[in-house]
Design a protein around this ligand. Structure first.
Ligand code: NAD
Length: 428
């Protein structure tokens, strides 16, 4: 059977169309917002280590910059497509808008697989990407960042090429730089901590004490590790995390019902968030099937691994005790599962609000770079708390007042703000 391939941009447009109907958006604004404002597709010729030339394809999509410079990562991926980049750029517009930072949405990519490229070849791709885009990106129009398979070193090479071309120092051009070379303290913790700031607020509104709650978490990478840490610091208990096992090509859940210790687990976790099973067993963890995290008798579920994890097939395994789902990952819940969750009255903190701590901290990095003045870690995380708490309250107030599902309320706020900026500027 010829099943139609999943197209993320069609999904992003369908989500937008639904909100546009709810808020009665006029035709011109709809046309403007359901498509990117600018798109670039270009060739990056690279001299490979063996002396041959190879041409890579690069992209940058600026979905909307009415509220500020476009903001979004650059991905290196062998299956990168223009439509994936378009979808991710669109979601960045809504994410920056819902947390009310003065940035728009962008995303970029290169079709390549860094596993098969030397450091020198990767540097050449970074510099080539900038040479093609140098006139269309920059601190006042479009600020890139790391994303899938790109890291602070790639950002520094890109910054250097940009500065060579423009003949000056422009630290606010790109975020995710190494600390000490323009990076912000607190960025590593930002997404996981941001998630827990919103969870804390949600529990407070529901009249529950975080210190009396237990959480089960999917994933044990960057987002999960810091979310687990802060949840525990605030007095809560975490009994499960899960991860993908590269060797067995399946996922596993690691459970300690008395409460797990993230520092102990991080000591037996590889840089990709994979936990050593044998060592975990020795430390007293039960090693359970990958989807066991979802069926735990806990108050809080935190999907913080990958997309498409709470589906029509497993949503009914969610325990009756669960009160709250905080989406650390992007797109962990399918629309089918969403319906069941809404019917069961489980409170959801939607992904583009719950995991916006990362981009909010990137914005702080950009601000610090533009000022050439860097804040202490506590100042960064304090400002992050203020932003995330305010964004959460705005969405939850609207959801309560208009009896909207949290995801819909977040979309209504985000799209309304961008639509207003476009109208106020006289674009539509
Ligand atoms: P990561 O690569 O550091 O960690 C991912 C974790 O998920 C790893 O522990 C991995 O083993 C696990 N995993 C992968 N597939 C799995 C599966 N099928 N079942 C169970 N576990 C699985 O990634 P991250 O940076 O922590 O990002 C996690 C999610 O959060 C992604 O959806 C990402 O897009 C989103 N996100 C991350 C940030 C950020 O700042 N890191 C910001 C916004 C959104």
């Amino acid at each position: 059977m010829n099943k139609k391939a999943f197209n993320p941009f069609e999904m992003a447009q369908a989500q937008f169309d639904k909100v546009a109907d709810v808020i009665n958006l006029d035709a011109a604004t709809r046309d403007l917002l359901r498509n990117p404002i600018r798109e670039y597709s270009f060739a990056i010729p690279v001299r490979m280590d063996d002396g041959t030339m190879k041409v890579f394809r690069g992209f940058r999509v600026q979905h909307n910059d009415a509220r500020g410079p476009a903001k979004g990562g650059i991905r290196f991926h062998p299956h990168e497509t223009l439509d994936t980049v378009r979808a991710l750029a669109t979601w960045m517009t809504w994410k920056c808008s819902v947390v009310d930072i003065p940035l728009g949405g962008g995303k970029g990519g290169v079709i390549c697989d860094p596993h098969n490229l030397s450091q020198h070849e990767q540097q050449a791709i970074c510099r080539g990407w900038i040479r093609q885009m140098a006139k269309n990106v920059g601190p006042v129009n479009d600020v890139p960042a790391p994303d899938v398979m790109t890291n602070p070193q790639h950002m520094l090479w890109m910054l250097d090429e940009f500065e060579v071309i423009h003949g000056g120092r422009y630290p606010g051009f790109i975020t995710g730089k190494p600390v000490g070379m323009g990076g912000s303290l607190g960025r590593t913790e930002a997404t996981g901590f941001g998630l827990i700031f919103t969870v804390r607020e949600a529990l407070r509104e529901m009249g529950l004490k975080l210190a009396d709650c237990t959480a089960s978490v999917q994933g044990f990478g960057n987002v999960s590790q810091y979310a687990v840490r802060l949840f525990r610091q605030l007095g809560g208990k975490v009994t499960c995390v899960s991860c993908w096992d590269q060797e067995d090509q399946v996922s596993y859940t690691f459970r300690k019902t008395s409460g797990l210790d993230p520092d102990e687990l991080m000591g037996i976790t590889d840089p990709f968030g994979g936990i050593d099973k044998a060592k975990a067993r020795k430390l007293g963890y039960e090693v359970l099937p990958g989807d066991a995290w979802i069926e735990q008798e806990v108050e809080v579920l935190l999907p913080a691994a990958i997309e498409n994890q709470i589906t029509g097939e497993n949503v009914n395994k969610i325990h009756g005790k669960v009160k709250l789902i905080g989406e650390g990952a992007n797109g962990p819940t399918t629309p089918e599962a969403d319906k069941v969750i809404a019917e069961r009255g489980i409170f959801v903190i939607p992904d583009f609000l719950a995991n916006a701590g990362g981009v909010t901290c990137s914005y702080f990095e950009q601000v610090q770079g533009n000022m050439n003045y860097y804040w202490e870690r506590d100042e960064v995380l304090g400002k992050l708390d203020v932003k995330m708490t305010a964004a959460f309250s705005a969405v939850s107030d609207l959801a309560r007042k208009q009896k909207l599902y949290m995801r819909d309320a977040a979309y209504v706020i985000a799209v309304n703000r961008v639509a207003k900026a476009c109208k106020d500027r006289g674009w539509v």
